[in-house]
Design a protein around this ligand. Structure first.
Ligand code: SF4
Length: 331
């Protein structure tokens, strides 16, 4: 686990809600999510598939596809105000310049028609930066070298289909860092890569992307990644934050049964492996009780009312009635 660095808040998300409105039903994908990222921090969002992690970050970045729509909340980016209130054209300028985005599939982020060099130049042009061929190539070469690409000229002259998955993701990270944004949002950046390359990419993100003025919001379903790379963690279930805090606190003293169940499913010294049974709930239905109730071995009468997220210790937030019972833990 990495040591926490306390500095300025880069991103502060409050009460973020996202819905997908269909003809017959509405999916309440994200329901009142709060989170923050400080400079110098890697904050992980974790949860099973379908818990709203990726939808939340796409909502923050204005990248939701219709019929997905942000229906409430704010996402204050330091120096830029509420991202959710910025019109599309201006938001495109903030994306790239002040927030970099690294998506799951690097090939989806790269344009197969343009050479890698042209794509670097296009980013500079779009943001009004010097983009003359020589200047742009120098900057692109420096960025590719900084993300560990040994032959940057060969990559710059080539096209995305000529790259391996790991190399393509390095290129995407270099592009995301080109304009030196303060915040990088990486959504499952190592999906589909083999284990060794996954490690290299995450090491790269930790060692090269974060510094005292920059932070990362890292979406993952892997608590092992959170343990190794993040300072703080936000656990999401059914579109809500159910637990948040420093990685040390949440891992050593999980207070939500869902967090405990996720931790129980990863091999840890001195802990018996357990399986989390059941599946995430249907988000077309707004529950009045705790969303985790059907899967929770600790459920009791109070759980018929949806619990609020509350601070049970400094910087340790939990949404579970169990935490209101003195002396009760979730493990
Ligand atoms: Fe389990 Fe109740 Fe806590 Fe929900 S509120 S996680 S059902 S103990």
């Amino acid at each position: 686990m990495t040591q926490t660095v306390m500095t300025q808040t880069l991103l502060s998300v409050k009460d973020l809600s996202v819905e997908f409105v269909g003809h017959k039903s509405t999916v309440h994908a994200v329901n009142g999510v709060n989170l923050r990222v400080n400079a110098g921090e890697i904050v992980g969002i974790v949860g099973e598939s379908g818990c709203g992690k990726s939808t939340a970050v796409k909502g923050i970045l204005g990248l939701l596809q219709a019929p997905g729509k942000v229906t409430g909340g704010s996402a204050e980016l330091a120096g830029h105000g509420d991202l959710l209130s910025i019109k599309n054209k201006n938001l495109r300028k903030v994306r790239g310049a002040s927030v970099g985005y690294v998506a799951q599939n690097p090939f989806g982020s790269l344009n197969p028609i343009y050479s890698i060099e042209e794509q670097f130049r296009n980013i500079l042009k779009a943001h009004g930066q010097p983009s003359a061929k020589k200047v742009a190539r120098e900057r692109a070469r420096a960025m590719l070298t900084s993300v560990g690409i040994a032959g940057p000229d060969r990559v710059l002259d080539g096209y995305s289909h000529q790259l391996s998955g790991g190399m393509a993701q390095r290129v995407v990270i270099a592009m995301a860092m080109l304009l030196e944004p303060e915040l990088i949002i990486a959504d499952e950046p190592t999906t589909g890569l083999d284990v060794t390359v996954q490690r290299q990419i995450l090491d790269l993100i930790r060692d090269r992307v974060v510094d005292s003025t920059r932070g990362i919001l890292l979406v993952t379903h892997d608590l092992g990644v959170i343990a190794q790379y993040c300072h703080r963690v936000v656990v999401m279930y059914a579109g809500k934050v159910v637990e948040a805090g420093s990685v040390e606190t949440v891992f050593l003293n999980p207070a939500h049964p869902y967090t405990s169940a996720l931790l129980g499913a990863i091999p840890r010294p001195g802990h018996e492996l357990t399986r989390l049974l059941g599946s995430v709930p249907d988000l077309r239905v707004v529950p009045t009780d705790c969303s985790f109730r059907p899967r929770c071995k600790h459920a009791f009468e109070a759980c018929s009312v949806s619990p609020d997220l509350r601070e049970i210790a400094p910087d340790h937030l939990v949404a579970c009635h169990l935490s209101e019972r003195v002396g009760h833990g979730a493990s």
